[in-house]
Design a binder for this molecule. Structure first.
Ligand SMILES: Nc1ncnc2c1ncn2[C@@H]1O[C@H](COP(=O)(O)OP(=O)(O)OP(=O)(O)O)[C@@H](O)[C@H]1O
Length: 889
């Protein structure tokens, strides 16, 4: 984490991280008077760096011209630059002096004069030959970086590779040139020439050639990990590059710097005036000037911070580290595609068995030993199971698909800040409320003023002044938090006159998001102190989103979806999208074959029809029950443990075990569903919300109308995490958050997140529709699965009764009797039981259970519960089966 700090604060107020120095009072008084400074040579504030940058750029131009001129004029300049005639000593000698010293024809034709001629001779002839041009490139990169603060290439890598290239090319050119000439030449320089001479004497010419090839290829391997696969040997499906196990995006990206804004304070000074708490005279002066000039003060400018605040040395190191985020290189690992285990085993075993049976039957023992039995042996033999192998070439969307809105800096007018502070203090004074200290933290949309009231002031008194303060500040959306939980202060949130947009790009590109280890990280936006806020949906474990129309709800849902798409592989995550409004989530249709789940036989993966929503929700309940069965079977408690066991090949896919991806159900307009389907929707949602957390099904439910008949007690009780955008009334705010506040938000993505007892104000990250479209296009255009993930089939009540056909002995499945015995033995009428124990597909097991129902062995379908078994023991069942077999009259 970069140390907190921002320019506004460091320019103006106290830096808490440092001890106060000297007499603050004296400095403060001095700072009150605006000073007319004469221009001074101030090399701080990044000026020196800019000058150094400019110097390097000019130097690169100088070198380039001098080097190029040298290629044409080296012969003419020879007598001037030659060592024998003085070399560098000639730089400050006049032509006459040189002639007097016996130098013949001491003219200089180089376009960059004497210095150009001497430098070129030094670099090109005496040192590295034409490879010296690489120095020009190095100077450009350094200069560009310092001057424009744009990183063309990583500095340390550039230097390392450049030095290698200079030496390598000088020696390599010398090697080639040495074959036709026996004198040093400016092509390779004296370094290249003499190195070859030396190597030639030690390892011979062929040895030098081998050494050069080795050095060149070694660097190529280090830099690009080039592969030396023979073209005709194709890798099998199983031998794919291993995907990242922790879900880290394997794209090298430049991380954005996240600079949280820090509070700055005013303290009660002389004559009861509130003065900024400062510790440096320069800070105070700057503040005063800013205030007088009403200059906008930039709160989070990484560049300015660099040069002003001494402690930012470490800060910049952190940023630099971020920037130098190394690309992660995927190396091929011999992982076997789990879809083809039989094939790979066959390939190894069949020829061996044949050989043994015919010639050495007694050799069976070693063969048996070779057959992997335990999970460890399987893992040793095939490697851990990798669910991502099916789409091993899948590329995570790059960050460039997203736009950068705004400047990512917070600019608040110092005048606005001071005026707001004064108005707050005045209003409180007006009601005889004394305060000791006031502190401001600037966020993207609001500034939080924290006040410490004088001892004895009743908090409720301040709380009641909400409207009065709003009136005095003439602003909407003032929120008073009294007291601030865990802080011992009272917070007053005042909207900024110029709110800053938080772009999704800046949030996803932050170090926090890139390095997160959360299972389902959702980047919601930035907090009031300008810190990136990321929550783990897997821990929430469900999220209720509410907000009046047009306040940023859809953008919020898109932000959730996009953050998950940037962090998870299609094998690890599936979405079930419910969009009764029919237009909000259509953009995600393109990722159907990668990230969506749907009912079998359903044409569209995005569900817009209420009836289908009910079926899907019940189907998710069935999936939940099946997952619980699998977990029980595997003797684990949650999805993570289950998947870990499966990946380590401790669970047999033939017993119905499979890798379980997270499923996130997103309902964009819940009110609409509740209006049309009521209990039919509420019951499965409540069931899922109660039980689904352990098996990786998470719900995000959004509504425009946060009224009590939509967000019922049952729903509310099961959604501990709630996100409120601006709502229209306090009652709505209470319904969603159990407290007021959402009615005082300012809209446009301003939101409150309630998690347990915490209430956090956030500015939602903004992601526009074209960006979402680009992201889904990028994913959709890649190779996907053959279809969306299929959820278990669900037959609705009406459909079930209509399908309660007559029992037809001729149409009976071959496994009918086995299934009947199994069900009676377990006294559990469940399709998944038949599926697992008899190793049947879901559809066939479903058909059998329908036949068992028709034959009167199990009862009718009961939603997500198992059917009733109508025969109490095997004896009665056998008798009944015999009856059934008797030919009918
Ligand atoms: N995080 C944000 N930052 C800046 N502006 C935003 C943000 N979120 C929303 N807005 C602005 O508010 C407008 C409405 O947002 P959005 O469509 O998400 O509202 P909504 O609550 O979903 O409305 P509806 O319920 O009618 O669909 C957007 O077009 C955008 O201009």
């Amino acid at each position: 984490m970069p140390p907190k700090g921002n320019q506004f604060r460091s320019n103006s107020f106290k830096d808490e991280s440092k001890p106060r120095q000297g007499s603050v009072k004296g400095e403060r008084e001095r700072s009150i008077k605006p000073r007319l400074d004469l221009p001074s040579f101030d090399l701080q504030n990044g000026r020196l760096i800019k000058i150094v940058g400019l110097f390097f750029l000019i130097l690169s131009i100088f070198f380039f011209i001098a080097f190029t001129a040298y290629l044409f004029t080296w012969q003419e300049d020879q007598s001037y630059v030659s060592h024998a005639n003085g070399g560098w000593h000639n730089l400050f000698k006049t032509q006459q002096e040189l002639i007097d010293n016996g130098v013949k024809d001491p003219i200089v034709d180089n376009w960059m004069g004497k210095l150009g001629a001497l430098l070129s001779d030094q670099f090109i002839y005496q040192w590295f030959g034409v490879a010296s041009y690489i120095f020009v490139g190095i100077f450009v990169i350094i200069g560009y970086r310092f001057l424009f603060k744009v990183r063309l290439l990583s500095l340390s890598k550039t230097l390392a590779y450049s030095l290698f290239c200079i030496i390598f090319f000088s020696v390599a050119i010398g090697f080639v040139h040495g074959m036709i000439s026996d004198y040093p030449h400016f092509l390779e320089g004296e370094f290249g020439y003499w190195s070859n001479r030396l190597l030639d004497a030690q390892i011979g010419q062929a040895g030098t050639g081998c050494l050069l090839v080795f050095a060149g290829l070694t660097v190529l391997i280090i830099a690009y990990n080039i592969d030396f696969k023979l073209p005709e040997r194709k890798t099998k499906g199983g031998l794919m590059p291993s995907a990242m196990s922790d879900g880290v995006i394997p794209e090298p990206v430049d991380l954005e710097d996240e600079i949280p804004s820090e509070p700055f304070e005013w303290q009660k000074g002389n004559r009861a005036r509130f003065e900024p708490v400062v510790d440096k005279p320069a800070d105070t002066e700057l503040l005063q000037q800013n205030i007088i000039n009403h200059k906008p003060v930039v709160a989070a400018d990484p560049v300015e911070v660099e040069s002003i605040v001494p402690h930012t040395a470490s800060h910049n190191t952190v940023l630099q580290n971020n920037i130098l985020h190394e690309p992660i290189i995927l190396t091929p690992e011999p992982l076997i595609n789990d879809r083809e285990p039989a094939e790979s085993e066959d390939q190894e075993e069949i020829p061996l068995t044949l050989e043994i049976e015919e010639t050495r039957p007694q050799a069976e023992l070693p063969i048996e030993q070779e057959t992997p039995k335990t999970a460890n042996e399987l893992v040793e033999k095939f490697g851990a199971f990798d669910p991502k192998l099916d789409l091993s070439g899948y590329k995570y969307p790059p960050i460039d698909l997203l736009e950068n809105y705004g400047s990512n800096k917070i600019s608040v007018d110092a005048g606005e800040l001071e005026a707001n502070k004064n108005k707050i203090v005045e209003t409180l004074n007006h009601y005889n409320i004394e305060i000791d200290k006031i502190k401001a933290t600037i966020g993207p949309t609001v500034t939080l003023y924290e006040i410490i009231p004088a001892p004895g002031v009743r908090i409720s008194k301040i709380k009641n002044l909400e409207d009065d303060i709003a009136l005095s500040l003439a602003a909407l959306g003032i929120r008073i938090i009294a007291p601030m939980p865990g802080k011992g202060t009272i917070g007053i949130e005042v909207p900024n006159q110029h709110p800053e947009m938080v772009s999704m790009r800046s949030v996803l590109n932050s170090e926090k998001f890139q390095n997160t280890t959360m299972d389902l990280p959702i980047a919601l936006g930035k907090t009031i102190s300008n810190e990136v806020f990321i929550a783990d949906l897997a821990k929430m474990p469900h999220l209720l989103v509410a907000g009046a129309t047009g306040q940023g709800k859809s953008v919020g849902i898109n932000a959730i979806l996009v953050s998950l798409l940037y962090k998870r592989h299609p094998a690890e995550l599936k979405f079930v999208l419910v969009d009764p409004k029919k237009v909000e989530l259509t953009l995600f249709r393109k990722i159907e074959r990668h990230f969506l789940a749907k009912l079998p036989d359903e044409a569209d993966a995005i569900i817009t029809d209420t009836k289908k929503v009910i079926n899907t929700l019940n189907s998710l309940c069935i999936e939940m029950d099946q997952r619980y069965d699998l977990l029980k079977d595997a003797q684990v408690r949650n999805l993570k443990e289950y998947n870990a066991k499966f990946v380590n090949r401790k669970l047999n896919p033939n017993d119905g075990h499979r890798f379980l991806p997270f499923i996130v159900l997103i309902v964009d307009e819940f009110a609409d569903l509740m209006m049309t389907a009521g209990k039919e929707v509420e019951t499965p949602i409540a069931r899922l919300a109660q039980l689904a957390r352990a098996i990786g099904i998470h719900l995000v439910i959004a509504t425009q109308r946060p009224s009590v008949n939509i967000i019922t007690g049952t729903i509310k009780a099961n959604f501990p995490a709630r996100l409120a955008f601006r709502v229209l009334s306090k009652i709505d705010s209470r319904t969603i958050l159990d407290s007021g506040g959402a009615d005082q938000l300012i809209g446009r993505g301003d939101m409150l997140l309630a998690m347990g007892s915490d209430l956090i104000r956030l500015q939602c990250a903004f992601v526009d529709t074209p960006e979402v479209e680009l992201v889904s296009d990028f994913i959709g255009n890649q190779r996907g699965y053959s279809t969306a993930m299929l959820l278990p089939e669900y037959v609705g009540e009406g459909e079930a009764s209509s399908s309660a056909k007559e029992y037809d002995p001729d149409d009976r499945d071959a496994m009918f009797e086995d299934a009947a015995r199994l069900i009676v033995l377990h006294q559990q009428g469940s399709t998944s039981l038949i599926q697992r124990k008899l190793k049947l597909g879901y559809n066939r097991a479903g058909r059998i259970i329908d036949q068992l129902e028709a034959a009167g062995i199990v009862g009718p379908f009961e939603g997500s519960k198992a059917r009733e078994v109508l025969y109490p023991d095997e004896y009665s069942l056998e008798r009944y089966l015999e009856e059934l077999q008797k030919p009918r009259d």
